[in-house]
Design a protein around this ligand. Structure first.
Ligand code: GFB
Length: 317
């Protein structure tokens, strides 16, 4: 379906685009894609643009005057990090999100796209998650404060549109994975955690997987996530929208797929002392297909194959 879409350069070529979180997994990939599409990318480091500082953020954007802001900065990590850092994940992300949207509107930008997360949905939500269920209950408590920071950003986007007609949208992204993923074991999400572990195992040793293996997740390949996120600038008007694949996998099935991608035949064991987190998580991809004409292209087996190849090459370098 993406083949029929206009090139992203139609929106971004020659535009001055601020990407926050440009040293992170998503932000770096967004910068690469925008550069390839001919945008003039402003990718400040955290030291150059401290989003926790409201006045400094406003001043920096007023001076640089980006036309489009793509906000990818987060203070985050996988389930384990989230559970251990409820203050940082709630406080830092709430402040950063509020400061950047305020500064983007004040500096005269025409578009704000903030990276949202599927974890903003209620803990128990009909699967696949459709956008009309977003506010139907509290999110998974282990990442509650983080999820609430994303929900606040969604609400602020709606507020800026309602009151000032400022185009601001926070698409809800499925769990990301792919080349360039975070490798820090303290913050890693499940795909990069399993991949790093499996590649270091002796051939006969089993892969240890947290929890029961029964929870489900949906995984979107990084290039697909970037494309879906950037295409949201072409919505007729801001709206709540998922950027996902619609494909639900159990963690046990993911572990099998990681073993297959790495050609590991030592089997799998589960560690029930580790948390499962949200029981099921999978986004409906239908609204994005209808409004944007866009669907994710890279299936899990192919994406994992590419990710394993990247990781092995990065390790060998
Ligand atoms: O990727 P993950 O940490 O984030 O965990 P969430 C997904 C699932 O994988 C959970 C299981 O059911 C874990 O129990 N799992 C199995 C593992 N083995 C491992 C392992 O070695 N490491 C990790 N981390 N998990 C996130 C939020 O929740 O959702 C994020 O915490 C973000 O920051 C993301 O918002 C979208 O999917 O549970």
């Amino acid at each position: 379906m993406s083949a029929a879409l206009p090139p992203l350069s139609a929106r971004y070529a020659g535009r001055r685009v601020l990407v926050t979180g440009a040293r992170g997994f998503l932000g770096r990939a967004v910068c690469d894609r925008l550069t390839a599409e001919g945008a003039e990318v402003w990718a400040p480091s955290r030291a150059a643009l401290d989003l926790l500082d409201r006045a400094a953020t406003k001043a920096a954007l007023a001076e640089a005057r980006p036309e489009i802001v793509v906000h990818c900065a987060v203070d985050g990590g996988g389930l384990g990090w989230m559970a251990a850092h409820p203050i940082e994940s709630g406080l830092h992300n709430t402040l950063m999100n509020a400061h950047i949207i305020e500064a983007a509107e004040a500096c005269g930008a025409t578009r704000f796209i903030g990276a949202g997360s599927a974890c903003a949905y209620p803990r128990l939500c009909p699967v696949p998650f459709t956008e009309d269920h977003l506010w139907d209950g509290y999110p998974e408590p282990t990442n509650g404060p983080y999820a609430q920071s994303k929900r606040t950003l969604i609400d602020l986007c709606a507020a800026y549109w309602a009151q000032r007609r400022f185009f601001a949208v926070t698409p809800l992204l499925a769990n990301l994975y792919g080349p360039g993923d975070h490798l820090d074991p303290g913050r890693a999400h499940v795909v990069s955690a399993l991949l790093q572990r499996v590649v270091s195992l002796p051939p006969e040793a089993p892969l240890t997987v947290w929890g029961s293996g029964r929870p489900t997740r949906e995984f979107i390949y990084i290039d697909d996530a970037v494309e879906g996120l950037l295409r949201c600038a072409d919505l007729d008007e801001p709206t709540t929208i998922n950027i996902g694949t619609g494909e639900e996998h159990s963690i046990a099935a993911l572990a099998e797929a990681v073993c297959a991608a790495a050609d590991h035949r030592g089997g799998i064991t589960f560690d029930p002392t580790k948390p499962d987190g949200q029981p099921r998580k999978c986004l409906s991809a239908e609204k994005a297909a209808t409004l944007l004409g866009w669907r994710a292209q890279v299936g899990l087996a192919e994406g994992l194959r590419r990710t394993v190849a990247w990781y092995r090459a990065a390790r060998a370098a």
